[in-house]
Design a protein around this ligand. Structure first.
Ligand code: SAH
Ligand code: DHB
Ligand code: MG
Length: 232
């Protein structure tokens, strides 16, 4: 790509992501293997990019997170990035509804050496979240990246599962502009996803217990964005 003119905005974003990765994110056999195993098992290529995954790790580390909750594991790519931020006695619970994804994720988590730190709970997140709330201990950081139609409920549960100062990060809140397009179809391949994200925004904006912003992103995963909120 270098030296050539990218044919499209998407190609340019991807080429810049490669430039960033080449300079700032060293070769990473563990994460490469997790992605290769996910590919080989037929999982879709919808994990965060390397630059986004590392952002998650750095945010969690900057925050001093010791307990992390993730909604939506897929093959555990973002899980492994987040787990790297944790101290040896840290804890990461990740929720996944699809048993096939969960099998691939478990294997990737073991291979990455995080079997002690990461616990995968299989089942629809809305069934697992009340159990976590009953268990009591709040999370320092919550990463929401599951089915978008339930983002508003996930935000509500996140408030129950957090403490003042907890950080909530939500992936896929822009969808290449679908959120402002009345004719938008399903940018995340999910019926009702866009309306779900719009309800999430309305709730986030009205929620007096949170301070929040959204940052749009472009890169090898196209145009999307992260919401970042802090519990007051
Ligand atoms: N966080 C991952 C990507 C997650 S993709 C990464 O960046 O590496 C979204 C995942 O959410 C998929 O694995 C999908 O099976 C899962 N998911 C969808 N609906 C869910 C639900 N109701 N409960 C839990 N997980 C769900
Ligand atoms: C897609 C991307 C995501 O980051 C996600 O969590 C779910 C779906 C997608 O591009 O289809
Ligand atoms: Mg996502």
């Amino acid at each position: 790509m270098s030296g050539e003119t990218p044919a499209s905005a998407e190609e340019l974003w991807s080429a810049v992501d490669s430039y960033i990765r080449d300079r700032l994110i060293p070769q990473d056999p563990v994460l490469d293997a997790a992605l290769a195993a996910s590919d080989a098992s037929g999982l879709p290529p919808i994990a965060t990019s390397a630059a986004q995954g590392k952002l998650l790790e750095l945010l969690a580390r900057a925050h001093g997170a010791r307990r992390i909750l993730e909604l939506g594991t897929l093959g555990a790519y973002s899980t492994i990035w987040l787990a790297r931020s944790l101290p040896p006695d840290g804890e990461l619970i990740t929720l996944e509804a699809d048993p096939r994804n969960a099998r691939v994720a478990e294997s990737n988590i073991q291979a990455a050496g995080f079997g002690q730190i990461v616990q995968l709970r299989l089942g629809p997140a809305l069934e697992t979240l009340p159990k976590l709330a009953a268990e009591g201990t709040p999370f320092d950081l919550i990463f929401i990246d599951a089915d978008k139609r339930n983002d508003e409920s996930y935000l509500e549960w996140s408030l129950k599962l957090s403490r003042p100062g907890s950080v909530i990060i939500v992936d896929n809140v822009v969808g290449a502009g679908a959120i402002i397009d009345p004719n938008a179809r399903n940018p995340w391949g999910e019926e009702g996803g866009v309306d779900g994200v719009r309800r999430f925004y309305d709730r986030l904006g009205a929620e007096t217990r949170l301070d929040a912003t959204v940052i749009q992103t472009v890169g090898e995963k196209g145009h999307d964005g992260f919401a970042l909120a802090i519990v007051k």
